[in-house]
Design a protein around this ligand. Structure first.
Ligand code: C5P
Length: 215
């Protein structure tokens, strides 16, 4: 129970970026990894809050869930809480783009092609890490189709994180994950396994980093 007295904030699931009242852009994230991390952190004694995009999964018991739909909502709800947390984990698959303004009425079908202009969404975990207090631990995920550890290390530096969990696209919407933990001191390849098991390892690593800072 070494996270007793600690607060952990987790972003989780996909975001949904509406084009009009009935259509949206999203991705295949199920929210399983975020909830597995929440359950592991709760089991380790932490107070846990999850800012979750739309998911069909039940939330773990004893965990506070703030439900959001879009990346901008997720950013607002995350930044409201990130400085009060001891550890912040970005497990959400945030949509990289949104339309600049959502159509108020359903876009009518027509025989001609439709052009979509998409604007980039803000990077939530990076923005949260920029507002960090000393001693906080920030963790991100990197889903890569190649050179996972190398790309993950780039994200570690660029986003100002302490740990990045690199994984492949086969982890999306699956119960299992093959992950490499990329930290400031080096990489550690974990044996592929259920997300619940890998979540426990990630939480143990967060404990270690927090204790190191307190020491
Ligand atoms: O840059 P990339 O999307 O691969 O980074 C993945 C990591 O950054 C994850 O931890 C994800 O939750 C976080 N992220 C974010 N906001 C974004 C994009 C990614 O918090 N807009």
């Amino acid at each position: 129970m070494s996270l007793r007295g600690r607060a952990v904030l987790i972003t989780s699931g996909p975001t949904r970026e509406h084009l009009d009242p009935v259509r949206f852009l999203t991705n295949a994230s199920s929210g399983a990894m975020g909830f597995a991390l929440a359950a592991a952190a709760k089991a380790a004694g932490a107070r846990v809050t999850v800012v979750s995009g739309p998911t069909a999964l039940p939330a773990p018991r004893g965990v506070a869930v703030v439900r959001v739909v879009t990346a901008l909502e997720m950013r607002r709800e995350t930044l409201k809480r990130s400085r009060a947390a001891d550890a912040v984990i970005g497990a959400a698959a945030v949509s990289d783009w949104r339309v600049p303004s959502v159509a108020r009425h359903k876009i009518k079908r027509s025989p001609s092609a439709v052009r979509l202009t998409l604007v980039p969404n803000p990077d939530i975990i990076k923005d949260a890490a920029e507002r960090r207090r000393p001693g906080q631990v920030f963790v991100g995920f990197a889903l890569e189709t190649r050179r996972a550890a190398g790309h993950a290390r780039g994200k570690l530096i660029r986003k100002g994180l302490d740990l990045v969990v690199a994984n492949g696209p086969e982890s999306l919407a699956s119960g299992r994950i093959a992950a490499i933990l990329v930290g400031r001191e080096g990489d550690r390849r974990l044996p592929p396994g259920p997300k619940t098991k890998v979540a426990k390892t990630v939480v143990a690593e967060i404990e270690r980093l927090l204790n190191e800072r307190r020491a």
